[in-house]
Design a protein. Structure first.
Length: 79
């Protein structure tokens, strides 16, 4: 049972999973429906599966023919 992955995480853990983003960005993602959250005992918890799905959408959202992202440039074909 040591392989159990949490399905809900606290605000601070959700921010950490998303790359140490701030509260404003976390709640912006939540309010836009990018990630899901629930209330449990008057505490907001975030759904790990929705965080994972959001990250997958980010990493797969590249225009056709673009190999990778480089520095501050949006997208380029640099190798």
């Amino acid at each position: 049972m040591d392989d159990l992955k949490p399905r809900l995480v606290s605000r601070s853990k959700a921010k950490e999973l998303l790359g140490d983003i701030g509260d404003s960005k976390l709640y912006d993602l939540f309010n836009r429906g990018e990630i899901e959250g629930v209330f449990l005992d008057n505490k907001r918890l975030f759904v790990v599966a929705s965080i994972d799905a959001y990250i997958d959408r980010l990493t797969n959202a590249r225009p056709d023919g673009v190999s990778r992202r480089v520095g501050n440039l949006k997208y380029c074909n640099a190798r």
